[in-house]
Write a new protein. Structure first.
Length: 332
């Protein structure tokens, strides 16, 4: 099992969290500017990242819905509808406006990641995965939106061809995914979404062959459809409530953590509780039988198991380090 965080594709010009935040802070969108100012006043200019901005948009959207329809708390949760009249300064926002800004925010993220990486080479990742797959079957879970991992190998990700022509796309086949993902030779799950994800006339996420087509499809994003990118806070709720493909991906991630004692984690900062919870469970379940490799991973999550090979020189590893990784994993 391989888990990839943001640091795993920075070598190929994917933006870091700090760079994404700087991009969002620089947008001219009036709502985003107002939220950035509020977060800066509250937390300081370095006290938040782009996910806080999206979370604020989501919370304000829910707040205004509660204000307009107090009984919506039964659906949204929380009891803020009882207090909305105390905060008249938020009357400048309308729910329709906020919803459109949320959709535009996600489209902006997808566009940024695609523009930064579409000319990048996946050759280094190909070498890494080919080395591992020469000895092991692979289940790769990436937290990144970019398509560098997709380009590195031929993967099974649960999507099957649904439409071809000028805009080729695939739809998610849940039954086939359940049957073939775990134990497949090369399986890939974009746990937080992908620049390839979009909509093709319905409210289910599809995977386009071309990211340009996927991003263009977000201009007619169905209002009640899930987001093709999982961002902001409360990611676990978004994963579970949007089963196709995210719920299936997350269940596969948990199953892989519990069933697979060989584990590689690269370029991960440990900022996602829905992920780190299962890192600790991996340690508890597998104990001394585990073999965990960490590459460019931020402490305290660097110690993913009692038996550990930490590499700190960046990702992907060079040829000699890759041989060390394979030899170490093969000891189980």
């Amino acid at each position: 099992m391989v888990l990839l965080g943001a640091g795993s594709t920075i070598h190929a010009n994917a933006p870091s969290s700090a760079e994404v935040t700087a991009h969002i802070v620089g947008l001219k969108n009036r709502v985003v500017k107002a939220l950035v100012k509020g977060l800066s006043d509250q937390r300081g200019v370095d006290g938040f990242n782009f996910e806080y901005v999206l979370y604020a948009l989501e919370e304000l959207d829910a707040y205004i819905l509660r204000k307009r329809y107090p009984k919506s708390s039964d659906v949204l949760g929380g009891v803020l509808s009882a207090f909305t009249e105390l905060l008249p300064e938020f009357q400048i926002f309308e729910r329709k406006s906020l919803l459109m800004h949320r959709l535009a925010f996600v489209k902006e993220l997808a566009s940024l990641f695609w523009s930064r990486t579409k000319a990048s080479s996946a050759a280094a990742l190909t070498t890494f995965f080919n080395g591992l797959s020469s000895r092991f079957d692979l289940m790769v879970f990436t937290l990144n939106y970019d398509n560098l991992v997709d380009e590195a190998c031929c993967w099974f990700d649960g999507f099957t061809l649904a439409g071809s022509g000028s805009k080729t796309y695939w739809s998610f086949d849940a039954r086939r995914f359940r049957r073939d993902f775990i134990g497949g030779q090369r399986s890939l799950a974009h746990l937080h979404g992908s620049v390839h994800f979009g909509f093709a006339g319905g409210d289910q996420i599809v995977k386009f062959e071309r990211p340009d087509d996927a991003i263009a499809s977000l201009a007619s994003w169905p209002v009640n459809a899930p987001s093709p990118l999982i961002s902001g806070f409360k990611k676990e709720a978004k994963l579970v409530r949007d089963p196709t493909p995210f719920g299936y991906y997350y269940q596969a991630f948990v199953d892989a953590m519990l069933d697979t004692p060989r584990f590689v984690m690269a370029g991960y900062s440990g900022n996602d509780p829905h992920v780190t919870t299962w890192l600790f469970e991996f340690t508890r379940v597998h104990g001394s039988s585990s073999r965990a490799v960490t590459i460019d991973v931020v402490a305290p999550y660097a110690k993913a198991g009692p038996t550990l090979l930490p590499l700190t020189e960046g990702f992907p590893p060079n040829a000699s380090d890759l041989d060390r990784v394979i030899e170490y994993l093969d000891e189980v």
